[in-house]
Design a protein around this ligand. Structure first.
Ligand code: KIV
Ligand code: ZN
Length: 534
């Protein structure tokens, strides 16, 4: 193995580091849906979770290993602290994967050693060496991360990397754990590693970084120029605090500016060959899926996948683009799979046309999912004359959302207006099959609906985010509601789409409450789980 690969390896950690941001918690089936889409996107490695963290994490890694980790599929990876029990759990969960990887880590900066680990450098060196070797006894593909590498003494960093590689690490990952570094500095760290770790040619240099200063992508690109060949990133840049480096930004930067990057990878400058294995036309769809299932909205001005990323408002820009697209556009929206939002179906369209279009859009649904989605499609088509690709996508994403089916919305009725007190009546079907109706007055119709739902469900919580977005233009557009609510220290999200935004609001709220209710039922203590996560 050599770090001189002339291609960039994309390591997606949406399901591990990305899922750690408050409220982004996904259940096992949702993780599987995302993992399948990541495989379609063409990522090389999926970090599917942290197997020891909880039985749910273990099962998710194991299920993804079995279903997505096939012969032609990506490498499936599990995180593990440099602790035997973690490594054993990771190895066990990864067993079904054709290509598995254990990613083990330990902190190396003095500040972490002194206050968190309370260990000396010599002790950490010995642990890293022993645990990499232990991981190697389970599988050949082992990744080692010295956590907080960018604040680690470079000499110690070189030493621990050399020992980890000698013990069998095939990838060494350099995390900017606290998002502290800058592009030049990160580039110099990677250069230092290339020049000072004697056996570095036996491992791939990977990078991992958080976006606390908004520099993660810039840092990564500088690291690539200096020898990094694996990028650890997440869809929409989701992750702890300000998030991780964003996959779509990195991939498109490397694609659009490949002539600039080619020489750093030993290619002729004018080579048109892609620098990654990513099918860029799957980017938009993956972004929407992750946003819908995690409840983490994409800001409109977000590079590549934000709603405004390809919109030209200024008259001068519009004029230029009409004359020649390249005057103000550096990439074609179709490159990321943003179609022209074709109007494809209507209320007379049959199941076959529906199935065919979904297939063309890259959705693979089981018969049950297809039936559910078709019923929803007919309901929407009854109210909305023309159904576009984006509507279809919203309907399908809603249907494949795997929220526990505990409470179900049976009826929502509101009365509101300029001289009325907003009043709502709701009927919910309880997990026991009973239909319960209640009513409430609120400051507005949504508040009234939520108060009425609270009277039925009776789980105290605090609504911390409520957002409505329209899927397409037009007065009959589908409205997508995303909400986040807090219960003690934990955040749960809910998402729903409907032509009636009050109904979508009720549905989104009940989806979030169902997640909360199911977490309470499984008695998974939030504190215990987060203590395990990093
Ligand atoms: O940010 C970090 O340091 C991590 C490591 C576990 C790679 O997520
Ligand atoms: Zn991280």
């Amino acid at each position: 193995m050599t770090n001189k690969t002339d291609r960039i390896i994309i390591f997606d950690t949406t399901l591990r580091d990305g899922e750690q941001c408050p409220g982004a918690t996904l259940n096992i089936d949702e993780k599987l849906v995302i993992a399948k889409q990541l495989a379609r996107l063409g990522v090389d490695v999926i970090e599917a979770g942290f197997a020891i963290a909880s039985p749910g994490d273990f099962e998710a890694v194991s299920k993804i290993a079995k279903i997505v980790g096939t012969e032609n599929g990506p490498v499936i990876c599990s995180l593990a602290r440099a602790i035997k029990a973690d490594i054993e759990a990771a190895a066990e969960a990864l067993k079904p994967a054709v290509k598995g990887r254990i990613h083990t880590f330990i902190s190396t900066s003095d500040i972490h050693l002194e206050y968190q680990l309370r260990k000396s450098r010599a002790e950490v060196l010995a642990i890293a060496e022993e645990m990499v070797a232990y991981a190697k006894s389970f599988m050949t593909d082992v990744e080692f991360s010295p956590m907080d590498a960018t604040r680690t003494d470079p000499e110690f960093l070189y030493q621990i990397l050399e020992r980890a590689i000698a013990a069998g690490a095939t990838t060494v990952n350099i995390p900017d754990t606290v998002g502290y570094t800058t592009p030049n500095e990160f580039g110099a760290i990677i250069k230092g590693i290339v020049e000072n770790v004697p056996n570095i040619d036996q491992a791939i240099i990977s990078i991992h970084g958080h976006n606390d200063l908004g520099l993660a992508v810039a840092n990564f690109l500088e690291a690539v120029k200096n020898g990094a060949r694996q990028l650890e990133c997440t869809i929409n840049g989701i992750g702890e605090r300000a998030g991780n480096a964003s996959l779509e930004e990195l991939v498109m930067a490397l694609h659009v500016r490949r002539q600039y990057f080619n020489p750093y990878l030993g290619r002729p400058e004018d080579s048109q060959e892609s620098l990654t294995n990513i099918d860029t036309r799957q980017i938009y769809k993956t972004s929407r899926l992750v946003s819908n299932l995690t409840g983490m909205l994409v800001q409109p001005n977000k590079a590549i996948v934000g709603a405004n990323a390809f919109a030209h408002e200024s008259g001068i820009h519009q004029d230029g683009v009409l004359k020649n697209r390249l005057t103000y556009e550096i990439m074609d929206a179709q490159l990321i799979g943003l179609t022209d939002n074709q109007i494809v179906l209507g209320k007379h369209s049959g199941r076959n046309a529906f199935r065919t279009r979904l297939k063309e859009l890259g959705f693979e649904l089981s018969d049950t999912e297809l039936n559910k989605a078709f019923v929803r499609f007919k309901e929407v088509a009854d109210k909305k004359k023309e159904i576009s690709d984006w509507d279809l996508e919203a309907i399908v994403n809603d249907e494949i959302q795997q929220t526990p089916d505990l409470f179900r919305v049976e009826l929502v009725q509101v009365s509101c207006g300029s001289n009325a007190r907003p009043t709502a009546t709701v009927t919910l079907r309880t997990p026991g099959g009973e239909e319960l109706t209640d009513a409430a007055i609120g400051t507005g119709p949504v508040d009234a609906v939520y108060k009425a739902i609270n009277r039925v469900v009776n789980v105290p919580n605090q609504l911390i985010e409520f957002s409505v977005q329209s899927v397409t233009g037009g007065i009959d557009a589908l409205g997508e509601v995303t909400i986040r609510l807090r219960y003690e220290s934990r955040v749960f999200s809910g998402h729903a789409a409907n032509t009636d935004i009050i109904v979508a609001s009720a549905q989104a709220y009940v989806n979030a409450l169902n997640r909360l209710y199911s977490a309470l039922q499984s008695q998974e203590k939030p504190e215990e789980v987060s203590a395990q996560k990093v």
